[in-house]
Write a protein that binds this ligand. Structure first.
Ligand code: NOJ
Length: 539
């Protein structure tokens, strides 16, 4: 199965057309039967991932962590969380995956650490004003006795972004209180992250995904969030953040096989987003504009056009993302009346039509796989898993849910452990899963889908294989009805997606290569997509 790729000798631009599979390790496969996925579980399933045809795995944080935010609260970057395994397991996994032609990308969380990180413990043990506090944002409060937080800033997980200590000082956390924000003007913070990058690069990882990448730099004067010029927000997208990534890019480029930087950059303005992709900064960033849009021809066409233009200008490959560990599963989302996504509108009791959502999610897979650039697949989307919306209150872990007072359903529903077998204990996942799987999940299991050529898994395998032929083929729209999107890739391939209800006629073609739903008398049904070979193949 080896294709001889190794991290020092592979093609330098492997990432430009890659398929990158996101592993949420706690929920992928549990080898030791304790109910939480682990690295040994991932190793045991590498043949599955190789057969799926992915080029790289992105692991959400696997470091030692009290798991107050699913691992995005890192206590020690140089250690693997004991629930998942050991550093030796990670090394073995990286090496074995590479032998199968699969690279590894790890998550770096530079905006904050866990409150159990040794630096924060030192800061808490120190008195106000002690230099040990300077690696974070400790401040006195406002009001007569400092009883008011230093600013009115709010946390992304609801409530104030400041928490107060018994000694009266406040510290900043743009996420949960267990995730204190680092002070990026402190030399230790800069040096430590650069050392951590090298630590993992030296263990063979091919790149890093950078968490909350636009939020690291803060205005030291701590003004309130108000109207501001681009770059003038007090704690997001400040211009100084780019210096950090320029330094990181130099480190990445210093390796014989340059490492790759992938940004989690949530910004509404395309031009501000593109600044992170300049050729001395990140290699690529997640396309959240596309991901959050509803299932609608016009809105998606507009997003595709903006994406292609923005990326063309900076020479970075676009990325196509349907979901991740923070987002409602596409099958559930696309079945809703409003199929766009936003954290603010995510609420319990929003109806969905799962059958329709599943049809659309299959079509979306064909659409995204046909577009130029990098394709991201979140684990379980290749199985067409729906969001689990009825998890009992007592098993929900996500701070987004708890800190909203239970109003926000949180992100546990897209993190339920994968089903591997159609029956048996935990559907082949391992021990009793940390989040319970719905009783009917056997029908989504890998085992069930392998036996079915029309399954979503079979669709993904096939389309990922076909996609390899597209490489850098050029892109051109084909004029169609407003309910239909059609485009050509190179001379040979046309992708057509029908967003309407009525079947759509197809352009002239030699052969239908793959379709998300059965064609009806040569026409493409609604909520479906097809790849057409435009000229007869030369065989
Ligand atoms: C973005 C991550 O994707 C999310 O899961 C996490 O909660 C926040 N950043 C904070 O680290």
């Amino acid at each position: 199965m080896s294709n001889g790729v190794n991290v020092s000798s592979g093609p330098r631009n492997w990432w430009r057309n890659a398929v990158i599979y996101q592993v949420y390790p706690r929920s992928f496969a549990d080898a030791n039967g304790d109910g939480t996925g682990d690295l040994a579980g991932v190793r045991s399933r590498l043949p599955y991932l190789a057969r799926l045809g992915v080029d790289a795995l992105w692991f959400t944080p696997w470091y030692r962590s009290p798991q107050n935010d699913g691992g995005y609260d890192v206590a020690d970057y140089r250690d693997i969380d004991p629930v998942l395994g050991t550093v030796e397991d990670a090394e073995a996994l990286i090496a074995e995956a590479l032998e199968m032609g699969i690279r590894t990308i790890v998550d770096i969380v530079p905006n904050h650490v866990s409150s159990e990180h040794e630096w924060f413990a030192e800061a808490l043990a120190a008195a106000p004003g002690d230099p040990a506090r300077d690696r974070f944002w400790f401040r006195d409060g406002r009001g007569e006795s400092g009883e008011l937080p230093p600013t009115e800033w709010t946390s992304s997980f609801s409530g104030p972004a400041w928490s107060r200590l018994d000694d009266g000082q406040w510290y900043l956390h743009l996420f949960a209180p267990e995730q204190p924000d680092l002070n990026w003007s402190h030399p230790d913070v800069v040096a430590e992250h650069e050392a951590v990058l090298r630590f993992w690069y030296d263990r063979g990882v091919a790149g890093v995904r950078i968490d909350s990448a636009s939020m690291l730099v803060k205005d030291p004067d701590l003004p309130e969030v108000g109207d501001h010029e681009p770059g003038g927000h007090p704690h997001n997208d400040r211009d100084g953040v780019h210096d950090i990534y320029r330094r990181w890019r130099k480190i990445a480029d210093s390796y014989a096989q340059p490492r790759v930087l992938v940004g989690e950059v949530w910004l509404p303005e395309a031009d501000r987003f593109a600044r992170y992709l300049r050729d001395d900064e990140m290699h690529m960033a997640f396309n959240f504009d596309f991901m959050t849009r509803g299932w609608d021809a016009e809105t998606l066409r507009e997003s595709i056009e903006t994406t292609l233009a923005t990326h063309r200008d900076v020479g970075a490959p676009p990325t196509w993302v349907l979901s991740n560990h923070d987002i409602t599963r596409p099958v559930t989302r696309y079945g809703r009346r409003d199929s766009s996504f936003s954290f603010e509108t995510k609420r319990f009791g929003t109806p969905t039509d799962l059958e329709r959502g599943a049809r659309r999610a299959r079509a979306a897979a064909l659409l995204t796989a046909a577009l130029p650039g990098v394709l991201y697949v979140y684990q379980g989307d290749e199985l067409g898993l729906p969001e689990v919306e009825d998890l009992p209150a007592e098993v929900r872990e996500d701070p987004m849910h708890h800190r909203s007072g239970g109003v926000d359903p949180g992100r546990d529903g897209c993190r339920v452990p994968l089903p591997w077998t159609s029956g048996g204990k935990a559907f082949g996942f391992g021990g009793p899963p940390w989040l319970p799987q719905p009783a009917d999940w056997g029908r989504y299991a890998v085992e069930s889908q392998l036996a079915d050529p029309d399954s979503t898994l079979s669709l993904y395998r096939r389309v990922i294989g076909l996609r390899r032929e597209l490489r850098d083929a050029d892109f051109a729209w084909i004029p169609t009805d407003p309910q239909v999107l059609a485009f050509r890739r190179g001379e040979d391939l046309t992708c057509v997606v029908n967003f309407g209800d009525a079947p759509a006629a197809l352009p002239d073609h030699a052969e239908a290569l793959i379709a998300s739903a059965r064609l009806e008398d040569g026409r493409l049904p609604g909520d479906a997509a097809v790849w057409l070979r435009t000229r007869p193949s030369h065989q």
